[in-house]
Ligand binder design. Structure first.
Ligand SMILES: Cc1cc2nc3c(=O)[nH]c(=O)nc-3n(C[C@H](O)[C@H](O)[C@H](O)COP(=O)(O)OP(=O)(O)OC[C@H]3O[C@@H](n4cnc5c(N)ncnc54)[C@H](O)[C@@H]3O)c2cc1C
Length: 388
């Protein structure tokens, strides 16, 4: 007598976040009976709503480039195809260089990015100042510009995926945390929550910053560690800045920082603390704003007059090498891992969601094998992503 009762699902997704929600849409669209369980009260309440909305294909490896190129196709055509406003803006990304070190790194990466056919080029200082007239020109060497990249609202996007997933038949249960797996003869056959138990042929771990705890429930160790990052938003002002600006120079207390002007006029920005702040604390600190403001004003003095409206703190689900972990668990059957998205889960979501749906329905597309090899849960984790 099985421990669970009907209904049985083809797939259970743990986590209605940046990855789980688009995945649910593509799973249901592929005709799979899909249940999404999330401990939060609605979609996107984990790291997704903390993201600032950057979406780029300009990475340093095939897997993320391929997935994000597909995500950009989805985000940029969503309104036309499904009608929802995602506040998608295709205004590009600029990685700036004020020192020869960054110029060298960015130019080296450019060679790799060019081999993938990415629309990205090096602009010298005068050309870059035409794209971003308000950049501080002192010591500016230039930067890379990729006009095909962009940004969108993480919450609007996730709600759009949610509505379409439900329209395709996916079920979502909120306020329902997965507390255990049901494992029979080395195979996961379902999950338990405080509200009951559910049977499925396949379970996808898309639990974001909590992914390691969830995998451990099945005896699988996924090396995902939450890493605290803060962000802020200003008042809305008339449009004066098009691309996302990324400065990868390190400074005391921080690594890179990035900012852009959202569709609705606000400047949104965040910074990567150095050394990293490990843990799952999501209360804002008083260190963040002075640290990031100094750096922002250094590259764009004009920002000194803009007022900050709110700061917040969220979690990057980090892996040891800065690349996501995607693939079937080997320790137990029936578990698919889609975890460790680091600082890029929002932009990876749609491309990865489609890949997960192909894996769940036993199909594949050109390039899937290579992506899965790079993101394998069983890789050595010895490399280091250059544009984390
Ligand atoms: C300040 C900041 C800025 C960022 N900016 C960007 C950006 O510009 N672009 C970008 O692409 N990314 C950005 N990110 C990163 C991005 O937010 C994450 O990579 C992404 O949200 C991770 O997606 P996920 O689906 O893995 O996790 P989440 O979106 O956190 O979803 C995981 C879900 O799982 C649920 N869950 C966890 N455990 C359980 C359980 N046991 N049972 C049921 N449900 C469970 C959680 O409630 C949560 O809803 C940023 C992050 C931060 C903090």
């Amino acid at each position: 007598m099985p421990e669970y009762s009907v209904p049985a699902y083809d797939v259970i997704v743990i986590g209605a976040g940046s990855v789980g929600t688009p995945a649910a849409f593509y799973l249901a669209k592929a005709g799979l009976k899909t249940l999404v369980l999330d401990g939060g009260a609605s979609v996107g309440q984990g790291s997704n709503k903390k993201a600032i909305g950057g979406i780029r294909a300009t990475h340093s490896d095939t897997a993320k480039i391929r997935l994000c190129l597909r995500s950009i196709e989805v985000f940029s055509t969503w309104k036309e195809v499904y009608g929802d406003e995602l506040e998608w803006t295709q205004s590009g990304y600029v990685f700036i260089a004020y020192r020869p070190e960054e110029e060298r790194t960015l130019k080296e990466l450019l060679q790799v990015q060019k081999t993938f056919g990415l629309n990205i080029d090096w602009l010298d200082a005068p050309a870059l100042l035409k794209v971003i007239p308000d950049l501080n020109p002192d010591s500016l060497l230039g930067g890379t510009f990729s006009p095909g990249d962009g940004n969108a609202s993480p919450l609007l996007a996730l709600h759009a995926f949610y509505r379409q997933a439900v329209a395709c038949g996916a079920e979502f249960h909120f306020n329902e945390t997965v507390t255990d797996f049901i494992i029979q003869k080395g195979r996961i056959t379902g999950v338990r929550t405080p509200c009951g138990h559910y049977a499925a042929g396949l379970v996808i771990n898309a639990a974001g910053a909590a992914a390691r705890q969830v995998s451990l429930l099945a005896g699988v160790d996924s090396p995902v560690t939450p890493d605290c990052h803060e962000a802020a938003i200003t008042e809305a002002v008339a449009r004066f800045l098009e691309p996302m600006v990324v400065d990868i120079r390190p400074a005391p207390g921080s690594a890179n920082y990035y900012f852009y002007q959202h569709y609705t006029g606000q400047i949104v920005f965040c910074i990567t603390p150095r050394p990293p702040i490990w843990g799952d604390h999501t209360e804002e600190t008083s260190d963040f704003l002075p640290m990031v403001s100094r750096r922002l004003l250094g590259v764009m003095p004009r920002l000194k007059n803009i007022r900050v409206r709110r700061t917040w703190r969220g979690l990057y689900p980090m892996t040891p090498d800065g690349f996501p972990i995607v693939g079937k668990a080997q320790e137990v059957d029936g578990l698919l891992l889609a975890v460790g998205m680091c600082g890029q889960g929002f932009m990876l979501g749609p491309g990865l969601g489609e890949l997960l749906a192909r894996m769940a329905s036993g199909s594949s597309a050109a390039g899937d094998e290579e992506i899965l090899q790079i993101l394998s849960p069983y890789r050595a984790f010895s490399g280091q992503e250059k544009l984390k």
